[in-house]
Design a protein around this ligand. Structure first.
Ligand SMILES: Cc1cc2nc3c(=O)[nH]c(=O)nc-3n(C[C@H](O)[C@H](O)[C@H](O)COP(=O)(O)OP(=O)(O)OC[C@H]3O[C@@H](n4cnc5c(N)ncnc54)[C@H](O)[C@@H]3O)c2cc1C
Ligand code: SF4
Length: 342
């Protein structure tokens, strides 16, 4: 591990100043991802800025009936908060499908949004990786593109022929899949003031800059995540398909929230995890469900629309059919009853 300076600013303004002052400064919150990356030499910060003194550790009701989740509230406290359990059970179930109890006790909501990909080649500094090479840490290229890519993306990838911007990585968070389905909004503060970023626009596809995971600007700090009023508490499901039934990242996951009028779908949200560089959602696919009664036949076109353009890279070809089946199962289950399915 490289030597680094450590600070614990008492205010958000000091944090933003320190962060904006050097491209090698990193915020540390729960440390469950950053410290691993430092141990593997993937991250080599010159300064760690510990934000645990900042006042972002509460969950508060918003005047419009929504909920504000502080960036420093742990994943465990968020999942078990009575208002989250009551109004946004999809979010509770999704968080509890991730990591382990010990990790969820340390991991924060802000940190969860910024966790890096679990691409094995990203963690191995001897391997070509465009995402890592941008920080002068190892050779450029994409070892996963022609390598072992079982956990990698099937949608929204960059696979240019010269390999200089190829990236087929997935973004691994469970929580963010539910936040995307729920139309959450991320609150950030940076050198240019405050701004709100809809969850759907927070993470990005690799495009020509695979080293950029999200749309935040240098020096910006996440202060909170806002949940809108509509939480789909009556009809929701999170299906997470993985190699082990606990303590493993999703190969494919599906978060669904429905509003039903008897047997008929009045409103629908569907987001996928484990398939792309960001949680994957298409409102035109959701629209296909409105006014329908639920059956495999009515859901199949929705799965087709969500997965349009999907392609595998060899080892991960199975994800396309897996995602198709998981979508049908999750939507059917949401219409019938509630809860998480392993
Ligand atoms: C063994 C293991 C298994 C796991 N399994 C899962 C799983 O199944 N599903 C899942 O979703 N996750 C899983 N995780 C990931 C875990 O959820 C994340 O590591 C955690 O959420 C990160 O939060 P943190 O507070 O510890 O972040 P940190 O490690 O402190 O920081 C992570 C990144 O976020 C940045 N950051 C932190 N807070 C802010 C902020 N407020 N504003 C701006 N930047 C910020 C940091 O600079 C850093 O780059 C697993 C982790 C481990 C180690
Ligand atoms: S998929 Fe992305 S993160 Fe993985 S090796 Fe390729 S460029 Fe790096």
């Amino acid at each position: 591990m490289n030597p680094f300076a450590y600070s614990r600013p008492a205010s958000l303004a000091d944090t933003v100043n320190e962060l904006a002052g050097s491209s090698r400064s990193r915020i540390i919150a729960g440390g469950t991802n950053l410290i691993d990356l430092m141990k593997e030499n993937v991250e080599r910060p010159a300064q760690l800025i510990d934000i645990n003194r900042l006042p972002f550790s509460t969950i508060d009701e918003l005047p419009d009936g929504g909920l504000r989740l502080g960036a420093l509230v742990t994943n465990a406290d968020t999942a078990y908060h009575p208002l989250v359990e009551q109004r946004y059970p999809l979010l509770s179930q999704t968080i509890l499908a991730g990591a382990s109890p010990q990790l969820r006790n340390m991991a924060t909501n802000g940190g969860n949004l910024f966790q890096r990909t679990r691409c094995y080649y990203f963690y191995d500094t001897s391997m070509p990786c465009n995402k890592r090479a941008a920080t002068n840490n190892g050779p450029g290229g994409c070892a996963a593109y022609g390598g072992y890519n079982r956990i990698h993306a099937i949608l929204g990838t960059t696979d240019d022929t010269n390999g200089q911007s190829s990236c087929v990585a997935t973004y691994p968070s469970d929580m963010a899949v539910a936040l995307t389905a729920l139309d959450a909004v991320v609150q950030v503060t940076g050198p240019n003031g405050d701004r709100s970023i809809p969850m759907a626009d927070f993470h990005r596809l690799p495009g020509a800059e695979p080293w950029r995971d999200n749309t935040t600007q240098p020096g910006e700090v996440v202060t909170a995540i806002d949940l809108p009023t509509r939480g789909f508490p009556d009809h929701y499901t999170y299906i997470k398909v993985r190699d082990r039934s606990s303590y493993a990242f999703a190969l494919v996951s599906v978060a669904v929230g429905l509003e039903m009028d008897g047997d008929v779908v009045r409103d629908a949200r569907i987001a996928l995890g484990g398939v792309a560089h960001k949680p994957w959602r298409k409102s035109e696919a959701e629209q296909l469900l409105i006014g329908k009664t639920l059956s495999p036949e009515t859901i199949r076109p929705v799965a087709d629309a969500l997965l349009a353009g999907a392609r595998g890279y060899g080892h991960n070809d199975f994800k396309i059919e897996l995602a198709h089946r998981a979508i049908i199962r999750a939507v059917l289950k949401s219409g019938l009853d509630n809860g998480a399915v392993e």
